[in-house]
Ligand binder design. Structure first.
Ligand code: NDP
Length: 676
């Protein structure tokens, strides 16, 4: 059998294993299948290459450029995923596990590609939040912005997700405009290496945007600066060791950790046997125990159920676990493959033995189980193991020991407060799930346990058809947790991108803020091109370009006509005496929607032209009532332009309505699609 030389990808070239290389064994046969590591790797040169070559190339691009690049990369990986599946079987993962790791990683990258185009500007600066009014007359304002760190992100990943683990960190990092150096865990690094080869061969990313260390990092972490970041996934011990590096502490290097987590699932007091929730609960727990052979940072380690039903839960779970065919993951009938290595198997059995000091094993025997298509003595196979802890209040191991395999402990609770207290005994977890159809139970858990958990997953008969699973971190939602879970935060949509950018408070005049952000700020210079802005194409319109309309007087007839026409005969528009009794109105007033309609009539250019559609309206405020006899006029200014494709782009207009005394009566942002 040929042994795969797992190379590093450093400074744009592949570096084969060398001195200090480690052998890596197949999870299924225990045979050595690969070797990785090279003590001579120029790790400082890699940092410099990322900072000097990758960073500048990425920062030249806009968020949309980088989002399009991520989409192309994800599609390219998808086209080559079969090769990844084939190799990944060696890690002990089944095809169902591949869908989480490989397809899940690609899907995560696709979500960031999409969010980058929808929620970030086609620009190099991200505007964070709203303008802050720092002065009475609006000549001095504040605005937060985010710009990419000018260093490198070092990603240290765990063995359990060689593809997802890389892509879920890479996507937000690259979208931010920061180059990455990826260091996968040794035991599955050969799969990551193949994914990196696929990415490198695509030539989609600029040189230096990503590099790979297969093997040890050497002294790389001793050369990081305040512009660098470390994102770590793995054990709490390693996290502690790495984050307490004096240089990382001294330079305030951003360090996020996602570590051991004693996640739990609570069966709601309402979800008793016979309810759809009870079946849902046992289904989710057995799936979480056996997916990836329980090697998931989000797997359910503690099963918290009402005291009276623990036996029923054990019976139902055992019946489900009985159906778990263990064996060679390549076989279609296999439901659970092997742990990643003999070392992991030893670790899991040791931790299970430790749990057995406080809990009784009620399902699964590591000395007596069937493995199909593989030798149980050579591969890293273990059966699902369920423990029952009768004294969860006095026990400690069940709340602190993470057996990183198909191992869970069930424990009973007296009432919901007790369940919450037990859930929180994990001292910080990535996710807690609650299976309940009772909204009060959900609220009480959210209030009582939210602070201890990065994610709360509620499921019941209404959502189970579409729910995504207790153990699935979604790119849209925060992944990470307090305390034992590492205290870090990954994913969560654009929040994750900001982890690789510096937020800076910008203070200055409206013109300065407009110049910095590329978005028009009220009070900044207004320009006119002479022609009506609706006659100008997307590429011709300039930020700040403004139309000031003629005034239009609102009459009582207008108000009555609008009321009859639309059916909106609210008293404030129709009954002068009643309106006067309302502290907001001086008497009968015009409908807000009438003013909006008049505004459209005042600024519109009716002929066919580049404005293709009005797609919405944001941040509408009515500031002052308009009475019959008042004259309103409109100011329409290009606030922001976002290219959508080669045919059209979105123009966001800032619109204000003022009365005859120049008092602002309404304000909003109008969205239009404008042709190129
Ligand atoms: P480790 O913490 O040992 O390794 C995690 C990553 O850190 C790997 O890439 C590893 O590389 C790297 N690493 C280890 N030491 C150093 C160092 N000194 N400098 C730089 N990088 C380093 O975890 P394992 O993968 O060995 O798993 C051990 C246990 O951790 C599991 O049994 C489980 O309990 C827990 N775990 C938790 C996860 C979670 O997400 N909650 C995920 C995975 C594991 P290398 O492999 O080359 O040593």
């Amino acid at each position: 059998m040929t042994i795969q030389n797992v190379s590093s990808f450093a400074k744009g070239a592949w570096v084969a294993p060398g001195s200090g290389a480690r052998n890596i064994a197949s999870a299924i046969t225990g045979d050595v299948i690969a070797t990785a590591g090279n003590d001579a790797l120029d790790v400082q040169g890699m940092l410099a290459y990322a900072r000097d070559v990758g960073g500048p190339a990425l920062r030249k691009m806009t968020f949309h450029d980088r989002a399009r690049m991520l989409k192309a990369l994800a599609l390219h990986l998808r086209d080559h995923r079969d090769a990844l599946y084939q190799l990944s079987f060696e890690t002990g993962a089944t095809q169902a596990d591949h869908l989480i790791d490989i397809d899940g990683g690609i899907g995560t990258m696709m979500v960031f590609a999409s969010k980058g185009r929808k929620e970030m500007p086609d620009a190099q600066i991200y505007v964070d939040g709203e303008i802050e009014q720092l002065s009475r007359n609006g000549t001095f304002l504040g605005q937060h912005i985010c710009t990419p760190l000018q260093g490198v992100a070092v990603h240290i990943n765990a063995f359990n997700f060689p593809v997802w683990g890389m892509l879920e960190k890479l996507a937000p990092t690259l979208l931010a405009g920061v180059p990455a150096i990826v260091k996968p865990a040794a035991s599955s690094c050969y799969v990551t290496e193949l994914a990196v080869r696929i990415m490198a061969e695509s030539n989609i990313l600029p040189d230096g945007a990503f590099q790979l260390v297969s093997g040890g990092l050497g002294d790389m972490l001793d050369h990081l600066t305040c512009q660098d970041a470390v994102a770590f996934t793995g054990s709490a011990n390693t996290a502690l060791k790495l984050r307490s590096n004096p240089l990382i502490l001294g330079n305030s290097v951003r360090f996020t950790a996602e570590a051991d987590s004693l996640n739990c699932s609570i069966l709601g007091p309402d979800a008793l046997p016979g309810t759809p929730e009870f079946d849902l609960f046992t289904k989710e727990v057995s799936r979480e125990m056996t997916t990836k052979a329980g090697q998931k940072c989000t797997a359910i380690r503690r099963i918290i159920t009402p005291e009276g039903v623990t036996e029923a839960v054990i019976d139902a779970l055992s019946a489900r676990l009985d159906k778990t065919v263990i064996g060679d993951p390549r076989l279609e009938t296999t439901r659970m493959g092997a742990l990643v290595s003999a070392g992991q198997k030893r670790d899991v059995l040791e931790k299970a033995a430790h749990l057995a000091t406080e809990a009784t094993r009620v399902y699964g025997d590591p000395d007596d189980f069937v493995v199909q298509g593989a030798d149980p003595d050579k591969g890293a196979f273990v059966p699902p193991m369920l423990f029952f802890c009768e004294t969860p209040d006095t026990a400690t191991a069940v709340h602190v020991t993470e057996a990183f395999g198909p191992v869970s402990t069930i424990m009973g609770y007296r009432d919901l407060d007790h369940a919450i207290a037990l859930a929180n005994r994990g001292q910080g977890s990535l996710v807690a799930s609650v299976i309940t159809h009772n909204t009060k139970v959900a609220r009480d858990v959210a209030l009582g346990a939210g602070a201890f958990h990065g994610r709360l997953y509620f499921n019941n008969r209404d959502s189970m058809g579409e729910s995504t699973g207790h153990g699935s971190p979604l790119p849209h939602m925060v992944h990470g947790g307090p305390g034992r879970a590492g205290g870090g935060e990954e994913l969560g949509g654009i929040r994750a991108v900001k982890h690789f950018m510096q937020r800076t408070a910008i203070q200055g005049s409206p013109d300065i803020l407009t110049g910095v952000t590329g978005q028009w700020v009220a009070g900044a210079a207004e320009t006119s091109a002479g022609a009506h802005p609706f006659t100008r194409k997307f590429g011709e319109l300039a930020v700040g370009e403004t139309l000031n309309s003629a005034p239009r007087t609102v009459t009582l007839d207008d108000i009555e006509h609008f009321a009859t026409f639309t059916g909106d005969t609210f008293y404030a528009h129709m009954d002068d005496a009643a309106a006067k009794r309302n502290p907001f109105f001086p008497g009968r007033v015009a409908h807000g929607y009438l003013l909006l309609s008049f505004a459209a009539g005042l600024f519109v250019e009716p002929n066919e032209g580049p404005v293709l559609a009005n797609t919405g309206l944001d941040a509408l405020r009515f500031m002052k009532p308009v009475s019959a006899g008042d004259a309103i006029k409109v100011r329409l200014t290009v606030k922001k332009k976002t290219k959508r494709n080669d045919e059209y782009g979105e123009v966001r207009w800032h619109v204000t309505l003022t009365n005859q005394d120049d008092e602002q009566v309404a304000e909003y942002e109008l969205l239009t699609m404008v042709a190129f």
